[in-house]
Structures are given as C-alpha cells and as structure tokens.
Design a protein around this ligand. Structure first.
Ligand code: GAL
Length: 415
C-alpha cells in the first residue's frame, strides 16, 4: 500500500512537472530595455500581435529599465555567461554585435534573410552593419536618429530667441543670454546621455568625415582639431544642468517641456514620448531640429533582435524575428516607438509629423548617414566601455587632455 501510494505520488509529480514544462515551453522570452513611457508602447503592440498569430504561446516581456540599455546590457551579459539566454534579445546593428558573434552567443540568421527576401528590402548600409564575416546575425526592426535638438517653441518665444542654433558657437552665444534670464540652456540626464551629447558635439564640430575618421582610427583624439571639438563639448556641458541632473531621458525631456531648461539633445525616441505621453505636436507644441552643425547628417542606430545560442524555443525565436523584419511588424512598431522602419518598402503614409520628416530625411539621397557611438554602431563594446569610464572621470574632474589621451590609447588596445 505504502509503495503503491508512493508510486502514485511520484507519477502525479511527474505529470505535473510535464505540465509545468509544457506550459513554460510555450512561451517566448524577449529581452530589451523598453520599459516606461515612450519606450514600451511599440513592444507591447508587437507582443500582442505575436500572441494573436501564435495561439497558446505566451510572450514574456523580459525588459530591464534604463535608457540605452544602461542596466539591461550588464544583466544580459551575466545571463549569457551562465548560458541562460532569453529567446531573443535586443542589440544595435553595428560593432555592438561583434562580441556575441565572436563568442558564439548568437546564431547566423542569414537563411531567414534568404527565405524572407530581406536582402532586397533593407538598405545596403544597414545590411553591412549587420554582417560579420559574411554572415548576418540580427534582424533590424527600426531606424532611430540620434542627432536631434529638442525644444519647446513657447520657451523660445518667451526668451525672444528667433530659432534654434545652427552650430555650437551659436548655441553657446544663446546659452549666455538664456543663463542671464535665469534658465538652464541644456538639460542632460545620466551618463549615457552625456556621451550621447558628446557624440553630437563631435559630429557637429568635426563634420561627418572627421567623425567617421575618429572612430575608424584615421583621426587621433589628441589632434588639435579634436581637442578643439572636445573643448566645445566642455563648454556645452558647463551650461547644462549636469551637476544636478537626475533620472533618465524622460525627466531630461520633461525639463524642456516645462520650460526650466531650453534645449535637450536626445534621440528620436523622444518624439513618441512627446506625442503619446505628453500629447504635444511637432512644430506646434514641441520642436526638433538636427543638433547644431549636423543639418543634412543622419546619425543613425538600429534596434535589432537576435537568435541566441541555447534559446529554449528557437522555432518561436525565428517567428519573432520574422515579425520584427516584416512590413506589418515594422509598421505596427515604429509609429508607436518614435522610429522609422528599417525596411525601404514600408508605408510612408503611416509616418506623420516628426516621423514624416525623419523618413523624408532618411530617404533623401543627399543625406549623409553616419553611425552612432553611444548606440552601438561605430565602436565595439570594449572600446565603448573605456570611453564610458574616461568620460565619467572627465565630467567629474574636467581634465580634457587626459580624457583624449586615455581614449586614444584605449582605441589601440581594444581593436
Ligand atoms: C537606444 C535604443 C532606443 C531607445 C533608447 C533609449 O539605445 O536603441 O530604442 O530605447 O536607447 O532607451
């Protein structure tokens, strides 16, 4: 009797384990840093569409908060190290993918590109940024622009400012007048937003050729040209609220909306936050122009998803990637994310207001496209991490020469 009930108990336990495994197996865990207003809406819509297309499968949103992946990337690294990957995770197109590829953490998904005809619908430059040693390792869902200056037109009117500055010298001149009237010229947020700002100052001061040369090693950080651009960056930081800044990019933008700060440099995910969360309208109650000195230049980044080695349900991961790369998926996601589609054949009519302008600029053959530093395109992870540390020290202690020398040395050591 005792043996019979023991057998029964273990049989039931076995059955229920199977049930748990069965349940947890019918799910897709997607990892990103899209939480909070302005970040999560597009992902939520994609999750809903995924569940509708795959009845019985649960979409597990494993997003970790922190703009630009400031927390998510570190947590992901420890999961990958422990061989506990999600079924798909967010990466940027560009050199950010390199480590994962070299250490075998992601699968080659070139066959999906052939099957879905994606080589014909994604721009060549983007495909190049996703290709490592002839193979493609991620699927892009969007294109974001990093080099934008955001403002509240009412604040400019109140201060008697005719138009936003066209270069950083003009910005600094405006900043003096703004400070004299008791306002902050530029809102910044946590460290990644300071780096994002540095990237746009370098781009504006060096021009696209100089900027690209800096990151491909043809222009040294210690040259007079770059020192002068870094000096401008230091002056820009000095008229910002960096000493008191707290919170992520949304509170940074809030200060511009409320009018306590006049400008903010931020990527165009801000457009969704301003439109959907703050209910403002482009050209009426908020404005955005290319950051100073970068008119006609598109500092791009692209959110992409991967198929990790050891994903529990690679079949579902692939379905998710197909959704990310499809016209329907991109047209659902991007208007809600404040980005434009990575596909060249997406329906332009869906992109209005700020996004209409962004799409027109992106597609204009005269536009010069460069890749973002802060968001993974032009620097590998090791180099980016070294820039982070050096920049943190610079913001604290202000030693520009030391910053330039350290970054220059680290460029050599991290290639
Ligand atoms: C970027 C990402 C964007 C947006 C932004 C702020 O790195 O590509 O989609 O989420 O960070 O968090």
């Amino acid at each position: 009797m005792a043996i019979a009930s023991l057998l029964l108990v273990s049989l039931l336990a076995g059955l229920s384990m199977c049930a748990i495994r069965g349940a947890s197996n019918d799910q897709l865990e997607v990892y990103s840093w899209w939480t909070g207003p302005g970040e999560e809406e597009g992902l939520a819509a994609m999750a809903k569409a995924f569940e509708a297309a795959n009845p019985g499968v649960r979409f597990v949103n494993a997003a970790v908060s922190g703009g630009a992946g400031s927390n998510a990337k570190a947590i992901l690294a420890s999961r990958l190290l422990a061989n506990d990957p999600p079924d798909s995770y967010q990466r940027h197109a560009g050199l950010e993918l390199l480590d994962d590829v070299r250490s075998g953490k992601v699968h080659d998904v070139s066959d999906l590109y052939d099957e879905q005809g994606w080589r014909e619908v994604f721009p060549k430059g983007l495909l190049d940024n996703l290709t490592i040693d002839g193979k493609i390792y991620a699927v892009p869902v969007n294109i974001h622009r990093a080099n934008l200056l955001w403002y509240n037109p009412q604040t400019l009117r109140d201060l008697g400012i005719q138009e936003p500055p066209k270069n950083w010298a003009e910005f600094l001149a405006q900043a003096e007048a703004i400070q004299a009237k008791g306002k902050v010229a530029l809102a910044v947020g946590p460290e990644w937003t300071q780096k994002h700002l540095m990237e746009t100052v370098l781009l504006g001061e060096l021009g696209p050729n100089g900027y690209e040369s800096l990151f491909n090693g043809n222009l040294a950080w210690t040259t007079p040209q770059v020192s002068s651009a870094l000096d401008t960056f230091a002056k820009v930081l000095a008229v910002s609220d960096v000493k008191s800044a707290s919170g992520d990019w949304q509170p940074q933008i809030d200060r511009v909306v409320q009018g306590s700060a006049v400008y903010a440099v931020m990527g165009d995910w801000a457009s969704n936050y301003l439109e959907q969360t703050k209910k403002l309208r482009f050209g009426e109650t908020y404005g955005a122009v290319a950051s100073p000195g970068t008119d006609g230049v598109y500092d791009f980044l692209s959110d992409s998803f991967t198929l990790p080695t050891g994903a529990r349900r690679p079949d579902l991961s692939r379905k998710w990637l197909v959704e990310c790369g499809s016209a329907a998926g991109q047209n659902l996601f991007n208007p809600l994310k404040g980005s434009i589609p990575a596909r060249t054949d997406a329906d332009a009519a869906l992109y209005q207001g700020y996004l209409g302008w962004a799409l027109q600029q992106w597609r204009d053959p005269k536009t010069r496209i460069v890749g973002s530093l802060t968001h993974g395109v032009v620097a590998n992870n090791a180099y980016n991490a070294e820039i982070d540390s050096a920049l943190g020290l610079f913001v604290q202690h202000g030693d520009l020469g030391k910053f330039a020398r350290t970054v220059q040395q680290q460029f050599r050591e991290t290639q």
